[in-house]
Design a protein around this ligand. Structure first.
Ligand code: C2G
Length: 132
């Protein structure tokens, strides 16, 4: 069984996220999605989410491509996660290209996938504010 992992905030879940998760799953048989906690988002990514961690978790858990959701609490956990969950492949969007190549030293295949153009949580918020 090939095991894949990916990390993200997944706020205001949209088709760009779904495209990523669908393609990530195609690299194996079991996909883990590590979702950034509210604290990690605020402290490390200065992101204030619309949906709480629990809400984002329940949304991502309902996606057919996702087999398990775990919390992402810090930048460092990726190295322990790939061993703890016996991961073969790490997948993330190419906005992170090169940032996680260190996982190759852990024997993990690292894949950066092209982001879905035009859509982003930030864009959704901007568009909704425009209509006010
Ligand atoms: N994504 C995408 N296309 C978009 C928007 C997002 O492919 N139009 C991908 C991102 O590249 C990422 C995943 O969907 O792989 C989740 O996106 P975000 O929620 O924005 O995740 P991010 O804040 O980049 O967190 O440790 C890694 C970080 O937690 C990644």
């Amino acid at each position: 069984m090939k095991r894949v992992i990916t990390y993200g905030t997944f706020d205001l879940l949209h088709y760009g996220h779904i495209n990523l998760l669908k393609r990530a799953k195609s690299y194996g048989d079991y996909l883990i999605a590590a979702i950034s906690t509210d604290e990690f988002n605020w402290n490390e990514k200065q992101k204030k989410c619309y949906f709480s961690y629990d809400q984002r978790k329940s949304l991502v858990e309902s996606i057919r491509y996702v087999d398990l959701v775990i919390p992402e609490e810090n930048w460092e956990q990726k190295i322990s996660d790939v061993h703890k969950y016996h991961i073969d492949t790490f997948v993330i969007g190419d906005d992170w290209k090169g940032k996680f190549d260190f996982l190759k030293d852990e024997g993990v295949e690292v894949i950066y996938l092209e982001r879905t153009p035009e859509i982003s949580t930030t864009q959704i918020k901007k568009d909704l504010n425009k209509d006010k």
